[in-house]
Design a protein around this ligand. Structure first.
Ligand SMILES: Nc1ncnc2c1ncn2[C@@H]1O[C@H](COP(=O)(O)OP(=O)(O)OP(=O)(O)O)[C@@H](O)[C@H]1O
Ligand SMILES: [Mg+2]
Length: 262
């Protein structure tokens, strides 16, 4: 269905955790792209606790692009999460490496969007906005870019400038087709309506505030029953967010062309 980007404006509101959570409850096969320019794959170190080996996918893809073989090589760089329909594209190994990827992200965006025809969606962890080497090529190509934020004043002050920049970029065609925010911990202290007013972009969904369950996804902690449960409050909020994302992308497409493209 789509290329969805998640990013933050400040702090660590839960982009990586949420991107993984959304992917795990996604309704069809999905590729989770780690494009955080900080490097060092929080996902492999966190959820996988360093047990999964990464053969430096970024180097492989840079070389493949140079040889015009990006589409062929991309599937070989993906790591499948066992028992799931989620494949992971491990990101830059270091911030220095991220500096050489700006052209790759743009080319990759094209290939990733083409995957839609094979029934796969893409969720991107773009890390914190404003970083040197941010994956602009992916952010620009997104069907929907989601600004993750907590709801305290410092978080909203930082998010506000990006909400405004993203909205302008969506309007003048230089950014994602559509933008919205996902709240982590609405009501701590501001609620969704208050945040929407301050940021002047829609709040797509509010994710549950649940530090214990979040650590299952962010640190690979074993949940009490041995596996995360669809009944967890946090997992239910991931499902609600996934449904809202799909609804939003579909509605945007119908608005652009009643036939339903872009
Ligand atoms: N819904 C949530 N409720 C409570 N805590 C959460 C939630 N989501 C994530 N967290 C916690 O927030 C912390 C930061 O999460 P995460 O690393 O995903 O943030 P991030 O935005 O990717 O940060 P960074 O910018 O450093 O990459 C982790 O300890 C994680 O467990
Ligand atoms: Mg992160």
């Amino acid at each position: 269905m789509a290329l969805i980007v998640l990013a933050s404006a400040s702090g660590s509101p839960g982009v990586t955790t949420t991107a993984l959570g959304l992917a795990l409850v996604w309704h069809r096969p999905v590729i989770l792209v780690d494009a955080d320019p900080v490097g060092g794959s929080a996902l492999l170190a966190g959820y996988f606790q360093g047990t999964v080996c990464d053969d430096d996918a970024m180097v492989t893809l840079v070389l493949a692009r140079r040889d015009g073989r990006l589409a062929d090589v991309l599937p070989q760089t993906l790591i499948t999460i066992p028992g799931s329909h989620v494949s992971i594209l491990p990101g830059p190994k270091s911030h220095a490496q991220a500096g050489s990827l700006s052209e790759l992200w743009a080319a990759l965006a094209y290939e990733l969007r083409a995957l839609e025809q094979t029934g796969q969606d893409v969720i991107v962890d773009a890390g914190r906005l404003g970083m040197v080497h941010s994956p602009q090529g992916l952010i620009r190509a997104a069907n929907l870019s989601l600004l993750l934020t907590r709801t305290d004043l410092p978080a909203l002050a930082a998010a506000r400038q990006w909400a405004s920049e993203w909205t302008e970029a969506a309007q003048d065609g230089t950014g994602a087709a559509s933008v919205a925010t996902l709240l982590v911990g609405a009501g701590r202290p501001y609620d969704a309506a208050e945040v929407a007013k301050v940021l002047a972009i829609p709040v797509l969904e509010s994710l549950a505030w649940d530090p214990r369950s979040a650590r299952v996804f962010s640190e690979g902690q074993k949940p009490s029953g041995g596996a995360w449960s669809q009944r967890d409050l946090l997992v239910r909020s991931y499902r609600a967010a996934a449904a809202a994302i799909n609804q939003r992308v579909t509605a945007d497409r119908l608005a652009v062309s009643p036939g339903g493209s872009r």
